[in-house]
Unconditional design. Structure first.
Length: 198
């Protein structure tokens, strides 16, 4: 029987995080009606041809448009897709998106930022893990580190493991890594910061 994703997907409650420069970043779940405006905000990254900003951003934009058209992304059902957006004073500063392989396996897609040096990606990443494990209730999150910075900041420091699937790769050719709910419960007190909204 086909999964009814409308019964599984839940809204992200939101989080308010103080960035290193003292500004407040509000992280909220994105609605489908916001897809075009979020993609427009990401366009500057397409001309930033360093450290995979252009490639990762073009993938996010494609994925959000596929979501808009209710089409699957890399075999993830359309109904399982979500995106969290970080804003400072209403301006979009970062985006992180994902989907689910099935109701118990999350498949993280991408994270990118529109401002450098403020740890925005490092703050958005645990928000996405919070959404997967604590809101949607998955057992495992699968993810791939696409860039060297992402691997160093978002995977190694979180204890993602490469071992279970040495022969499985993401569409970027990066090896698939996993985090489990018990792992998340062990590390989240030190990683998930800010004030929960809602
Ligand atoms: C990976 C990513 C999300 C991390 O975002 P972040 O946590 O906000 O990271 P920052 O911009 O604060 O800093 C990242 C690194 O860039 C470098 N950096 C920081 N400020 C910089 C600046 N003004 N100019 C150039 N490089 C800078 C530093 O090496 C820094 O590492 P550090 O924080 O350990 O010192 C972001 O770099 C990004 O969007 N990259 C492109 C897409 C990507 O790789 N996504 C992740 C795939 S796994």
């Amino acid at each position: 029987m086909a999964t009814d994703w409308t019964k599984i997907m839940k809204p992200y409650p939101g989080r308010l995080i103080t960035l290193p420069d003292g500004s407040e970043m509000e992280v909220t779940g994105m609605e489908r009606k916001d897809i075009d405006s979020v993609c427009d905000a990401l366009i500057p990254n397409l001309t930033y041809h360093k450290e995979l900003f252009d490639l990762v951003t073009s993938e996010i934009i494609t994925e959000l448009f596929l979501w808009r058209e209710n089409r699957p992304i890399w075999e993830l059902p359309a109904g399982s897709q979500f995106c969290l957006v970080g804003r400072v004073n209403g301006e979009i500063v970062g985006v992180t998106n994902g989907g689910c392989r099935d109701p118990k396996i999350g498949n993280s897609l991408h994270t990118t930022t529109l401002k450098r040096g403020l740890q925005i990606g490092a703050y958005l990443w645990p928000c996405k893990l919070e959404h997967y494990f604590d809101v949607l209730g998955v057992d495992t999150v699968e993810a791939s580190a696409e860039s060297a910075i992402g691997s160093r900041k978002l995977f190694k420091t979180y204890g993602f493991t490469e071992h279970p699937y040495p022969d499985r790769y993401s569409h970027f050719g990066a090896i698939l890594q996993t985090m489990t709910k018990p792992q998340w419960d062990r590390i989240k007190a030190g990683k998930l910061v800010g004030e929960k909204l809602g």
